[in-house]
Design a protein around this ligand. Structure first.
Ligand SMILES: [Zn+2]
Length: 144
């Protein structure tokens, strides 16, 4: 087992399938982004890694990939409470617009499935991402 990084709060098997549903291992998919050794190249890869970060309760990563305007509205402890209160069951990427390596903004439509207090939920969102100095950030949900 590789050493547990301080960024990730849940015990994690890096050879397990990535929670984002890419059918790759966590190690080959979102883990490098969350550990900060690589930047996600596209808006979709940031979206996927943020989903995986919820499942791993990687609060610092979720915070660091929020736009400054999002950070004003919330706190790390809110992120932690939310991420820990849910069992993250799956992610489906429905659609993307722009958000490629050479774009500086992008849209990703997704459905995240989770269980909270015994209730199954589907969170369907169209999200705006923005790239600043080579790094993608989650900005906000937008009207589809
Ligand atoms: Zn992944």
């Amino acid at each position: 087992m590789p050493p547990k990084t301080p960024h990730i709060n849940r015990n994690t098997d890096s050879n397990a399938p990535c929670p984002c549903g890419s059918q790759q291992s966590l190690q080959a998919c979102c883990l490098d982004f969350i550990e900060g050794t690589r930047l996600p190249p596209t808006a979709e890869s940031l979206m996927r890694s943020r989903y995986t970060a919820h499942s791993l309760v990687a609060v610092d990563y979720l915070w660091d990939t929020w736009s400054p305007e999002q950070r004003l509205r919330s706190s790390k402890s809110d992120i932690r409470a939310w991420a820990e209160s849910c069992d993250w069951l799956g992610l489906q990427i429905r659609n993307t617009h722009a958000g490629a390596e050479y774009d500086d903004s992008g849209i990703v439509e997704f459905v995240a499935i989770f269980r909270q207090q015994g209730q199954l939920h589907q969170h369907h969102e169209t999200s705006l991402f923005r790239k600043h100095l080579g790094k993608w950030f989650y900005v906000d949900h937008v009207e589809p």
